[in-house]
Design a protein around this ligand. Structure first.
Ligand code: PMP
Ligand code: GLU
Length: 384
């Protein structure tokens, strides 16, 4: 007997970012030295004060279930962080604390997208938005920004032509994965105008907001007059605080949306882990210095890598945030990335996984020595 699976689950493939990083781990466990520039994960350990706060919380007995949407102390700290980002209209009642920003996004997609609803992505777009849209039954419309150095402002005209009263959801991610571009205030104003005109829900995924290099990444809700009922702000602890494995993120939205998304949270994960939430409070309140140090290190690596690739005639659009850059490669980016991992033992993610073929995404959350090694190996394998 062959087992039958749902039509819904068969709409999607496993996450490409995670699949490639898994492949790198398998090669490494076979004794191969792989330079892993695939997954978007800081190479730093979680700052000590955050780890200590988790241990203290565990010792104090914070090991049981918590309220599904999160402990009040963390929801308050998140509301304060959002106010610091210029989003002073969110209170703790507007927040759901989730096991990772991915779960927050998943809950929002499920809460707002019905079968056949139009979901608009700005390409290149992080791999999981597409999967979440498809799982919810959405129909994708994709707007390319690669031709405009990954900036949204010059592509606003295409966006305007694409959206209509039938558009249900638009996802904005600045600084963006996989390109690191930071959208201008004008671009975000354009988004808000369209959202207000056509009553579109907009997710502003701000998970890289605190990782920028000499510029500020404005928050959509802070610099525009977007209707607050249409705005969902998503953020998390994985990137800025080097807490990927802790699984902690959040969404902020209208109380109505919190009610709907909260149903899914309560029926699926119940809540984020209790002592991890306590550590999240410490992260938000006492970790600025460690974050600054990590961001300074990412910036040095970005500069080094852009210069190194330039020596090979590779013109990289310099990212202003996050820790990714798009390396222009052969048209068949899938084969290029396969060769890179199989022959040069350098793991990267093909641009086509993000809707933009012809590039490989390089995550530079890696030491300078390892990044130099990656470039040398790609050169030796004639891939540059
Ligand atoms: N959004 C973007 C753009 C990301 O790159 C990631 C990376 N994992 C996430 C959300 C989710 O992060 P996490 O679930 O680790 O909080
Ligand atoms: N977001 C990171 C990446 O794009 C981590 C893996 C994932 O969740 O996709 O590599």
């Amino acid at each position: 007997m062959t087992q039958e699976f749902s039509e819904r689950i068969q709409r999607v493939e496993p996450s490409a970012t995670i699949a490639i990083s898994n492949k790198a781990s398998v090669l490494e466990s076979d004794g191969v030295d792989v330079v892993d520039c695939s997954v978007g994960e800081p190479d730093f350990d979680t700052p000590e004060n955050i780890k200590q706060a988790a241990k203290d919380a565990m010792d104090a007995g914070h090991t049981g279930y918590t309220p599904s949407n999160g402990i009040p102390k963390l929801k308050n700290a998140i509301a304060e962080k959002l106010a610091d980002d210029g989003l002073d209209f969110y209170g703790p009642e507007n927040v759901i604390v989730t096991p990772g920003a991915k779960q927050a996004l998943y809950e929002v997609f499920e809460a707002v997208v019905d079968d056949g609803d139009e979901v608009v992505l700005l390409d290149p777009a992080w791999v999981s938005y597409e999967a979440m849209a498809k799982l919810a039954g959405g129909e994708l419309t994709r707007i390319d920004t690669a031709a405009h150095d990954f900036q949204l402002e010059p592509a606003l005209g295409y966006l305007k032509d694409a959206v209509s009263d039938d558009t249900q959801l638009l996802v904005v991610n600045s600084p963006g994965n996989p390109h690191g571009a930071v959208y201008s205030r004008e671009a975000l104003e354009g988004v808000a105008e369209l959202a207000n005109e056509h009553d579109i829900t907009v997710i502003s995924d701000e998970i890289y907001k605190d990782i920028t290099y000499g510029v500020d990444a404005p928050s959509l809700g802070a610099v525009t007059d977007i209707d607050r009922d249409n705005l969902v702000t998503v953020n998390g602890f994985s990137k800025a605080y080097a807490m990927t494995g802790w699984r902690l993120g959040y969404l902020a939205a209208s109380e109505e949306l919190i009610g709907e998304a909260g149903k899914l949270q309560s029926h699926s994960v119940s809540s984020a882990t209790n002592f991890v939430q306590h550590a999240g409070v410490e992260a938000l309140e006492n970790t600025d210095e460690a974050v600054d140090e990590m961001v300074a290190a990412f910036e040095e690596r970005r500069d080094m890598l852009v210069d190194l690739f330039a020596e090979y005639g590779k013109d990289i659009v310099e990212p202003d945030g996050a820790f990714y850059m798009m390396l222009p490669v052969a048209e068949d980016d899938q084969s290029w990335c396969e060769e890179a991992i199989d022959e040069a033992h350098v793991a990267t993610v093909p641009g086509s996984a993000f809707g933009t073929p012809g590039y490989a995404r390089i995550s530079y959350a890696n030491s300078k020595e390892r990044l130099q090694e990656a470039v040398d190996r790609l050169d030796d394998a004639d891939l540059l």
